[in-house]
Design a protein around this ligand. Sequence first.
Ligand SMILES: Nc1nc2c(ncn2[C@@H]2O[C@H](COP(=O)(O)OP(=O)(O)O)[C@@H](O)[C@H]2O)c(=O)[nH]1
Ligand SMILES: [Mg+2]
Length: 159
Amino acid sequence: MATFTIDICGPTGCGKSAYMRRHLTGDFTYEYLPLTQCKLVYNTNYGKMTMIVREGVSLLADARMVLIDGDKIPDAKQITKYLETAMVPAVLCRSKADRLRRRPTQYKLVRNLMKSFGVKYFDISSKSNYNFEKPLQTLLRELTGYNDLVFTALPERVV
Ligand SMILES: Nc1nc2c(ncn2[C@@H]2O[C@H](COP(=O)(O)OP(=O)(O)O)[C@@H](O)[C@H]2O)c(=O)[nH]1
Ligand SMILES: [Mg+2]
């Protein structure tokens, strides 16, 4: 079975653990979660594929998912570095899209990064599930070269 490792990175509190937790258990909580990795087995129209999503920025991962904290003024330098140092397919996301408040600085940064790095971007929410599977599906499409790859069922969750 094809297996891919995805590094998820972003500032403390941006929602990395909540995103993993939502995949693993299907629920959401505001409590602190010490979760740093999860293994997901997806059913796709090209068969089963495993994604190991883990916190970090290693050189050995197959792809990188960069998160901007939807709650905060972004640290443009840090976020840029996450994309700059990615030698693998990357996707950019703004977390907590369920929040009403939107920060102009976030959108300015996103526009610049999309232009500079040609990355795909998604607003996501682990609370409302908004665009929840889009980042991983996008990365899987890039990694496999199957541009019409879709998830045909919810992942089998493995801790
Ligand atoms: N409203 C909202 N809060 C979120 C979302 N994702 C994470 N949070 C909250 O943000 C806080 C930090 O999230 P956490 O996953 O621990 O961040 P991490 O440090 O990147 O692992 C927690 O209180 C989460 O419940 C989201 O999509 N919507
Ligand atoms: Mg965490």
